[in-house]
Ligand binder design. Structure first.
Ligand SMILES: [Zn+2]
Length: 416
């Protein structure tokens, strides 16, 4: 992509509220606020949000989950069946249609998934089912901290349906492991904490909470690399900073965290009141057991910036297919004219042009180009500078400032 066509809207300063991370996301030109608790994503921002969604899709496909699509608008009746029309309270957006019927913007889709499969799933042989969707959710939350608490957000919500407790436990573990793998791939540090499940109901739930300087919940967690132990105020088990980690013995540390995902063993919490049951092999009827699993996409984006961003801008960990950077590499000529422009154009063609940002505007200094590339967190800069004029070799610099020299022939191998 040529910079002249990419339409970046980076800024030196970003006003507004929401803290350092939000300021960085705004300076990089990824989002626009539409009033309290509402954000839109720009051309650049949507590349990052879309990249996170793609990685989630891949992780879910790998464990055999299949996609569904449930309506965001629901009639009151569906929520009366589960008893949550009243219990969700003021967080649920409600409205009336033109015929005066009460509706809501579904803040969650357990009711929807039960309805989708009611009457379709009849026997234990129709189960298990592991399905998911990635879409917009609406909750009338108190807007806080930029992308962390908003009234509309992107969520991956997955659901599993089972005839037996063993099958539910096995799928719960499978999704838990997939979430761990996904967050590791994205370079996110996190703890898995036991959690309260009052709104969703059911026997068990865990949250994935990422330690950050400024988050949404107090978090006590284990600093050891491979240990995922943590506790939040809602956790059934108590843990205080300074105590020994019950899993590995390291000293626990205190701080704040962001809830990036939540998984629930719901059991028959929804199937029982809504009448979703299957015939078992022995002729008996059995309520379908369910699990539900969710990831907050914008929260994940915010977390990556909060954990990895620095004074120069965003950083997106990982290389190539792992990184969710808006572009993989920027091509930065010392100046964009004559010979260097011709070389830059050829290199741009040789790389994957969709993933490459070519600084092709003639009026900017090389310093401005470097700063903008770093602000966006692009992992590599391919510099066509003095060294190229003297030796014919290009300078390849990482976002962390490590430099190596490569020949023109090596470029397409690295970035095709
Ligand atoms: Zn530990």
């Amino acid at each position: 992509m040529r910079r002249s066509e990419a339409k970046l809207f980076t800024r030196r300063e970003a006003g507004g509220q929401g803290g350092e991370t939000v300021a960085l996301v705004r300076r990089a030109g990824l989002v626009r606020q539409f009033g309290s608790g509402l954000y839109g994503f720009t051309l650049t921002g949507e590349r990052v949000r879309g990249g996170i969604i793609d990685r989630i899709d891949e992780a879910m496909r790998e464990i055999g989950a299949q996609k569904i699509r449930l309506p965001q608008l629901n009639y009151r009746g569906l929520w009366e069946e589960s008893g949550r029309w009243d219990s969700f309270g003021e967080e649920m957006f409600t409205l009336k249609n033109r015929d005066g019927q009460e509706m809501c913007l579904a803040p969650s889709h357990e009711e929807g998934v039960v309805h989708l499969f009611s009457g379709l799933v009849r026997s234990y042989e129709d189960l298990p089912i592991l399905c998911y969707q990635i879409g917009r959710k609406h909750r009338d939350d108190h807007a806080r901290r930029g992308l962390l608490r908003t009234k509309e957000f992107t969520m991956q919500d997955a659901y599993s349906l089972h005839a037996t407790r063993e099958s539910l436990t096995e799928h719960y573990a499978r999704v838990r492991e997939a979430y761990c793998g996904l967050f590791e791939r994205l370079g996110v540090a996190f703890a898995v904490v036991g959690a309260d499940n009052s709104v969703m109901g059911g026997p068990a739930s865990e949250e994935f909470v990422a330690p950050v300087e400024t988050g949404t919940t107090p978090l006590t967690c284990c600093p050891a690399d491979d240990c995922r132990f943590g506790a939040i105020p809602d956790s059934p088990e108590d843990a205080e900073p300074g105590e020994d980690c019950p899993d590995c013995g390291a000293t626990l540390v205190g701080g704040e965290g962001i809830e990036i995902a939540h998984i629930f063993e719901l059991g028959d919490r929804y199937a029982d009141p809504m009448g979703l049951a299957v015939d078992m092999a022995d002729g008996s009827r059995q309520e379908v057991l369910m699990g539900s699993y969710g990831i907050g996409v914008e929260r994940l984006l915010h977390t990556i910036v909060a954990q990895h961003g620095d004074g120069d801008g965003c950083r997106w960990p990982g290389n190539g297919a792992d990184s969710v950077a808006p572009y993989t590499v920027s091509i930065v000529p010392l100046e964009y004219d004559d010979e260097l422009a011709a070389v830059a154009d050829v290199l741009h063609e040789e790389c994957n042009t969709a993933e490459t940002l070519l600084f092709d505007d003639p009026d900017r200094t090389i310093g401005e180009r470097f700063a903008e590339s770093d602000l966006l967190g692009i992992p590599y800069k391919l510099i066509i500078g003095n060294n190229f004029r003297e030796t014919g070799e290009l300078e390849l610099e990482t976002r962390d400032g490590e430099t190596q020299y490569i020949t023109r022939g090596e470029v397409s191998e690295l970035f095709e």
